[in-house]
Design a protein around this ligand. Sequence first.
Ligand SMILES: [Fe+2]
Length: 304
Amino acid sequence: MAWLEVHDYSVKGWSEGADPSARARHYCSELERGAILFFPRPPFAFSEDHWKFLLSLKPSGSRLHKNVSYRPEADVLRGFDDHGSKALLHEIMRGYAADVRRFVCDFLAPYAGKFQMDYASFRPMEEEGRNLPLHKRNDLLHVDAFPSRPTRGARILRVFTNLNPTKARVWTVGERFPKLAEQFAERAGLERFTAQSRLVRGLRRGLGQLGMPVPDRAPYDRFMLHFHDWLKENAEFQNAAQGKERIEFPPAATWLVFTDGVPHAALSGQFAMEQTFILPLGALVAPEAAPIRVLERISGRTMS
Ligand SMILES: [Fe+2]
């Protein structure tokens, strides 16, 4: 199960087949269990003029950083310094985030009103041959965890669009989280994170109650950050061909994936848009497939 092309949903909405709510639920379930849902074209409005403008932004210019981020809830744009076209880029990112949000609320109706909008990003860099520190490399298989935004078990759903007019964006993906964790979580030191949970968290809470600035990360968040780095460091895991699949997302392709549950690596490709959503466990159709539940089954401990 690498990817699944969606045929019954278009930019106009649900178009074929009966019972859109059952179809929406089916796609949520597939996604949560590790499918990558694929559309050959964006299933939401995307203006040709905006698209051309984005492609005109050259990453070599100092005004454009390696990654432009947009925070929909605060309406803040970061990573772009050209005052002449900053307003236009801001408007494009704001419109894009709103369009993807509408699309997700309709296509994945069980999630409507239950998710938190995380950042959107515009990625103008060529992924192949980037010179990045090991833990920041995108071309090594990993599952996502955000150092600055602990989720306490909520899931990370991302919607990507390949804006490149001629080149595919190439990923490899690995065995989904249940198999990945079964094979590697204990070797990565899962027990260390759960064993600390009561004592360390009690201490942290106590210090927090005394007004001291101590981050109160759940064992889940601490393990997932560690696991992200551990997987990138692990040559045996990175080199194992078993269960690895290569996917080429052609120009204009749009795909949805829970990146906390599908190990992925971006090997090549330039110019992509992406919007992230945080889905609380209560919004999920298949919460038993969530990484936190998988880790709790393996460890026998609560991790939130
Ligand atoms: Fe990632």
